[in-house]
Design a protein around this ligand. Sequence first.
Ligand code: SUG
Length: 445
Amino acid sequence: MTSAIEANADGLIGPTHSYAGLSPGNLASSLNAGEPSNPRAAVLQGLDKMKRLADLGLPQFVLPPHERPEIPFLRTLGFTGSDAAVLEAAWKTAPSFAAAACSASPMWAANAATVTPSADAADGRVHFTPANLVTNLHRSLEHRQTKRALDALFPDSARFAVHDALPSVGHLADEGAANHVRLCADHGAPGVNLLVWGREAYEPWSGAYPARQTREASEAIARRHAAARPVFPRQSKAAIAGGTFHNDVVCVGALETLFFHELAFEDTAAAKADIRAAADGLFEPIFVEVSSADLPLADAISSYLFNSMLVRIPGEDRLTLICPTETRDNPRAHAVAERLAASNGPIGRVDYVDVRQSMRNGGGPACLRLRVVLTGAELAATNPAMRMTDALHARLSTWAAAWYRETLTPRDLADPALLAESRGALDELAGILSLGGDFYPFQRT
Ligand code: SUG
């Protein structure tokens, strides 16, 4: 077995971070629609989280925000004239499309791609499929730029395969690693890949909220990555109806441990049996299941107990669960977390991180990061300019303080000055992260 470590790549929160109510079925997004946001606090919270993980000894990378407002998208809808004129006209006549073009949603890097580590891929490379995110208009705009960012971070095609997204159709709706969990004895050892889906491509869907991942999309990704030991559990319909728009809202796993809510899967017994069968001869899965009696689904969703990072800190035997502060603020979720840490189970410690600005759009600590298991040689082949260090943290904090606003209402998204500020910020960022002078569409025109 080759030794490997789990790295994280977090989406840097962009200057247009706002609460526009764009995601039906994501209760926080709907609840906070129209509220003012604080982009500066948001990006600093994200940066501090990245530094904290880097300080714990886990390799940490930065994925740059996308160009927003995305004027090229608005131009495809027939708006013409100067960029400011396009923005103004779009907000006047097609405000929902204009809002979609302004969303800072690429921050949620768990939805950037599905990743198969080299230990599980038939050709020995790390595979990435950017998610088409076709269920929500604002998120469907992400995948091309996401591929560009992944190409920049993982440039060596002998070691990394960055695919195109699956075709952007509802039949192949894909939300990336938010619906993927990998279990294994050790990061570098062969793993079992859970690819969780909510509906079938041709299934008539009558749920109040969308099921964002199809079984066929999950299967296609496992096939194109030639991913070993895939298991395809179905997300429970009750969970989706309750506001579980991604499986990672009610489930997280690391190494042998799967930590999940009773209502995460449609058929929990079958999911466990399939995982056990796939892991046979490799490791014994450890299931840590939380009942609805201990934590009703509504509390699981509002506290985001499961939308936590479950990590093995180098040098420690047991896992650490890094939860949002909202978990600590919810008495039931806090009690579950405390009991876990006090038990002799696989989770030895619970920590808390403040990502409140993101949380109010339904994005917890786990949503902000894309996990990438890398061997030493693969880690050495990543782009060093995108790796979080003390110096980069300091530099980006100063950069953010110079460019980002402290208050933004959805109305402000129509302000042409915000367009200019965002481009100024991203142009400078492209320099800081050595992305070159043509990384963003606005730099190429
Ligand atoms: O896709 N929210 C995101 C949150 C994504 C969370 N990611 C994971 N669970 N992995 C979403 O629903 C809200 C944007 C707005 O309403 O302004 C939003 O897109």
